[in-house]
Design a protein around this ligand. Structure first.
Ligand SMILES: Cc1ncc(COP(=O)(O)O)c(C=O)c1O
Length: 380
């Protein structure tokens, strides 16, 4: 019985051709035509003026914060239901995460709770928005585009405007989607992607910030390339060696050529699971808000208990099929157990009941049917 993995890269001849070009031209390091092409194409796709490519999505988030002058003594609001890298990037910048709940129908940051928390727990002191209990400055909101689906950006941007907060979006898995008909780069100050191996398109590893504020983007580029002031080893800040290499971008450009096919494949996989399990008792489907598109990064089901999820995962494993739970919330992770957090009713009732199912863009219909039948048998 062949093994069906959860979510693996899909590389082939195009990627091989571009990699060969890197070797032939000897542009294998942090300068090269593919890096520039990749930045320009991703920025255009995102509806932004520019992009700055880096070695990882976590680095993109880290540099976004630093470029925005966010650090020690600052709070950044984000959902607890995210991959730990979102919170880690805030910690790497020296700032402090302020964890909040998600909306049930999008699995993204709950703007209602954000507003309520800001209203009741902050005040302006000498023009600076401060969290009353800790005295910290509230600096930014970091919505996370869970499953490649944008957060409720209209409401989030209204709050950000009202309170003078920056919006730095963790769009790790959301390449190519739109929110209320706008490309996602247009609905946040800075937007960060990841191109690690399980994302819709991969560079092997990689990340990018896209945005249209020239000053912010210039600072991001400068900070991520060791803050080099001149070609003669002069540096004017403590910078970071985060630049994406031409080899990574070569893979990324080839993947970008195939993005439409990948998005179609992901959607088809999501729809097939939906069709197979819609209406089944004890099973709920992943959310699909109507005013935004999604990469359908992961597919899967919501079951009625964590035990059920474990049982399905182990029964599928016996049939050589990989299935896994999804993100454990940040406020339950060891480094963040004492982090500043709001009530998490939705996150807590939801996270442990999610099972993610195979959804690689290379998954064929016969293998998906094998998965469906195995799940059916396991939840009977
Ligand atoms: C929501 C989210 N944020 C951040 C990251 C970090 O990206 P990377 O692994 O490229 O550092 C990921 C993925 O790994 C992610 O899913």
């Amino acid at each position: 019985m062949s093994f069906i993995p959860l979510a693996i890269p899909n590389t082939g001849e195009r990627e091989a051709r571009n990699l060969q070009a890197c070797i032939e031209t000897n542009f294998v390091s942090s300068v090269g035509a593919f890096v520039n092409e990749f930045e320009e194409r991703i920025a255009a796709l995102s509806g932004t003026a520019s992009g700055v490519a880096m070695g990882a999505g976590t680095q993109a988030l880290h540099i976004s914060l630093l470029a925005s002058d966010i650090g020690q003594g600052d709070l950044v609001i984000l959902p607890s239901f995210t991959f730990i890298a979102s919170a880690n990037a805030i910690s790497h910048a020296g700032a402090t995460p302020w964890l909040m709940d998600i909306e049930r129908d999008s699995w993204t940051l709950d703007p209602g709770q954000v507003r309520e928390a800001l209203e009741s727990q902050t005040e302006r002191r000498s023009g600076v928005l401060r969290h009353k209990a800790t005295g910290m400055r509230v600096a930014a909101i970091m919505p996370v585009y869970t499953l490649g689906t944008p957060a409720s950006m209209k409401a989030i941007n209204e709050i950000a405007k009202e309170y003078g907060l920056l919006v730095i979006a963790d769009a790790a898995a959301a390449i190519g989607v739109s929110y209320q008909e706008q490309p996602i780069g247009a609905v946040a100050d800075l937007t960060c992607y990841s191109f690690n191996g399980n994302k819709t398109i991969t560079c092997g590893g990689g990340g990018m910030i896209v945005g249209s504020d020239e000053q912010l983007m210039g600072r991001a580029r400068h900070l991520s390339t060791t803050a080099r002031a001149t070609a003669n080893y002069e540096h004017d800040m403590v910078g970071y060696n985060y630049r994406m290499t031409n080899v990574q971008a070569a893979i990324g450009c080839a993947q970008l050529d195939r993005l439409d096919d990948f998005l179609t494949a992901k959607r088809k996989i999501r729809d097939a699971y939906r069709e197979a399990f819609e209406g089944q008792s004890g099973v709920e489907l992943f959310p699909e808000p109507e005013d935004r598109t999604s990469t359908c990064w992961f597919s899967g089901l919501i079951l009625d208990s964590q035990e059920r999820v474990s049982m399905v995962c182990s029964e599928l494993r016996e049939q050589s099929i990989e299935a896994r739970p999804f993100w454990m919330p940040v406020h339950q992770q060891a480094p963040y157990r004492r982090a500043l957090s709001e009530a998490m009713p939705t996150t807590e009732e939801l996270w442990s009941r999610i099972v993610t199912l195979p959804c690689s863009t290379s998954l064929d219909a016969a293998d998906q049917q094998r998965v469906i039948e195995a799940v059916r048998a396991a939840i009977k």
